[in-house]
Unconditional design. Structure first.
Length: 423
């Protein structure tokens, strides 16, 4: 029986599940389950996170962890299982051998293992998040088990200096469709790989709007309360935020007073803490460490402004469009964001927020960030009008229910696409 004739069941292929920093994956899965879809999750690595978002407990999809082979005999065991489970494997295997030879051995074996598990679980479509390991494993499994696959591309998998674009092109060319999370990414993909133009679709990472209720921004009182959230890594630009705050504090009474809370953990945690201490900003900037989603919502309720001074890292890595920026906009919190990759599609200067130059930030020039903080601290700044425009944009473009139905339409046929009209 061909996959198109079976009851639709989509298998999510993820490098790690659950992953604290990838709330967009959980939001998408929950939206699709709420729409009645039958899903399964396949993960290639165990999580190393010490904390988890409560929303993960709501996911109903069963999780299969694909073991990483430890020795050659593991590969032979999986191959025997595959020959016993997958019809016509012997005829399909030769066609994928050139790709298998280019992959890490563990990816080749996990791809075969995924093919076995997906066949046994009645998967009719595989969907990978990120065009790296998960996509490569999905490609192998799809070829061996005759299951179509698709890929949502993000940022690091496209822009990092380590990306093998020849291999990425080969993987994406074999996909049923390729999802871009922003118009910036869609344009990048079709410019870099013109032959994929008909495959690439724009489907944004969305929010469950019922969980991010809008409140009119409160009038300013006391220091400007600034929130920043994300992994403490170069591309987030948090060290630049610290520098901007230092400049404001050094100006004394000629600049607005600020209070900053930064939530997150990462490779630059120690360096950021040292920077705060060296600048004498311990009473002004608080490093909160990692926080789950409800705690982030509390932080956003506290904030007068959310800052996302993202940059392109020295390794080419860049943010796609930070989910927490969208969350702040949905909740009525004014935002400052840089014009890196897809952020300008949400933060429109003078309309939905304050947009600053990522190039200047990348050069260490924080003058626009300083000016942005002063701008939102000004009582004349149109906080209410900006917040309302931001919420309207989020409702129109980033509603996870709409985005999930669009994704389902590509993966499960036209019947589900028609349901989008009622959302």
């Amino acid at each position: 029986m061909q996959s198109s004739e079976r009851t639709p069941r989509v298998g999510y292929v993820l490098k790690v599940y659950p992953r604290f920093s990838e709330t967009f994956v959980v939001t998408e899965i929950l939206s699709r389950e709420a729409a009645g879809e039958d899903l399964a999750i396949f993960a290639m690595r165990p999580t190393t996170d010490a904390r988890f978002h409560p929303e993960i407990a709501r996911v109903q999809a069963p999780v299969t962890h694909l073991p990483k082979p430890a020795k050659l005999s593991d590969a032979w065991t999986v191959l025997r299982e595959a020959r016993a489970t997958i019809p016509d494997l012997d005829n399909r295997l030769p066609g994928i051998l050139p790709l298998l030879a280019r992959l890490e051995p563990s990816e080749a074996v996990q791809g075969m293992h995924l093919a076995v598990s997906a066949t046994r679980q009645g998967i009719t479509h595989l969907h990978a998040h990120f065009g790296s390991m998960a996509a490569r494993v999905a490609r192998v499994a799809g070829a061996l088990a005759d299951i179509p696959f698709s890929v949502t591309t993000h940022a690091k998998d496209l822009f990092h200096e380590s990306v093998d674009h020849e291999l990425l092109h080969e993987i994406l060319a074999a996909a049923d469709h390729v999802v871009a999370i922003s118009e910036f990414n869609r344009s990048f993909l079709v410019t870099r790989y013109p032959d994929l133009a008909d495959k690439v679709v724009l489907i944004r990472n969305g929010l469950d709007l019922a969980r991010f209720e809008y409140d009119e921004p409160a009038p300013l009182s006391g220091p400007l309360k600034v929130a920043a959230v994300g992994r403490l890594v170069e591309k987030k630009g948090f060290s630049l935020l610290v520098d901007a705050v230092r400049q404001l504090v050094e100006r004394g009474d000629t600049a607005p007073a600020v209070q900053v809370r930064i939530a997150g953990d990462g490779d630059q945690a120690a360096a950021l803490a040292a920077q705060v201490a060296d600048a004498g900003l311990g009473d002004t900037i608080e490093l909160l460490g990692p926080r789950h989603q409800e705690e982030i919502r509390d932080l956003l309720r506290w904030a007068d402004v959310m800052a996302a001074p993202c940059i392109v890292g020295a390794d080419g890595n860049a943010d796609g469009l930070p989910t927490v920026l969208l969350e702040a906009m949905a909740m009525g919190v004014p935002v400052i964001g840089s014009d890196v990759t897809g952020i300008p599609e949400a933060v429109q200067d003078g309309s939905t927020g304050v947009l600053i130059s990522a190039d200047r930030l990348g050069e260490g020039d924080v003058s626009e960030l300083v000016a942005g903080l002063e701008r939102v601290a000004d009582p004349a700044y149109p906080r209410e009008a900006t917040a309302r425009a931001a919420r309207a944009l989020i409702e129109a473009e980033f509603d996870t229910a709409r985005q999930a139905l669009r994704l389902a339409g590509h993966q499960q046929g036209q019947a589900l696409q028609t349901a989008e009209r009622g959302v």
